[in-house]
Design a protein. Structure first.
Length: 185
């Protein structure tokens, strides 16, 4: 995948991204081909393959870009708290709500969850580098599933709670302050 900073190349990549997102508004994702994307962007297939291997890679690139912007915002906060993380995460989802609604409408939640797992792993390693091993991967899987499904539910809810309330809810759940187990059920 292209990693340079040539303005022409970067414009071409943006045109491919915009072409796919535009096509997704009117056509099922499963029916969109690389040829369709290239025609819409007015670029060659070779240009597409200079940047992406598949159309899924375009979606993953968009999601990763959102998460990386979020991580840049978190880097300037010190000390970093759990509420800082959940607030920035929800802010990122809210800021990119059009793309996420489009993904959900096309049943692409799995891509959102896949990239979220990658970002959680990277972030956890930066915050706590001595964490590793098999159990660590289970923790990442748990957090990824919980956060992804909560956010997807939030986007599907016809009357979603405000972003600030969602961030607070995630903070409370992740800090074990939400569910209280009583001695007798």
């Amino acid at each position: 995948m292209y990693e340079g900073n040539n303005p022409t190349a970067l414009n071409s990549r943006e045109w491919l991204i915009n072409a796919l997102l535009t096509l997704m508004k009117t056509k099922p994702y499963s029916k969109i081909t690389v040829k369709d994307i290239c025609q819409k962007a007015d670029l060659s297939r070779q240009t597409f393959y200079n940047f992406f291997e598949t159309k899924d890679d375009i979606i993953l690139f968009c999601i990763k870009k959102c998460y990386l912007e979020m991580m840049d915002e978190l880097k300037v906060k010190s000390p970093l708290s759990l509420s800082d993380i959940t607030e920035e995460l929800v802010k990122t989802f809210h800021k990119n709500q059009n793309m996420i609604h489009l993904m959900i409408s096309q049943n692409l939640e799995y891509l959102l969850e896949f990239e979220l797992a990658s970002v959680i792993q990277i972030f956890a390693e930066q915050v706590n580098p001595e964490i590793s091993g098999g159990a660590y991967k289970y923790g990442t899987a748990f957090l990824t599933g919980a956060i992804a499904h909560t956010v997807i539910y939030w986007f599907k809810d016809p009357q979603p709670i405000p972003p600030e309330q969602l961030a607070g809810l995630l903070t409370n759940i992740l800090s074990s302050n939400y569910y209280v187990i009583k001695d007798k059920i």
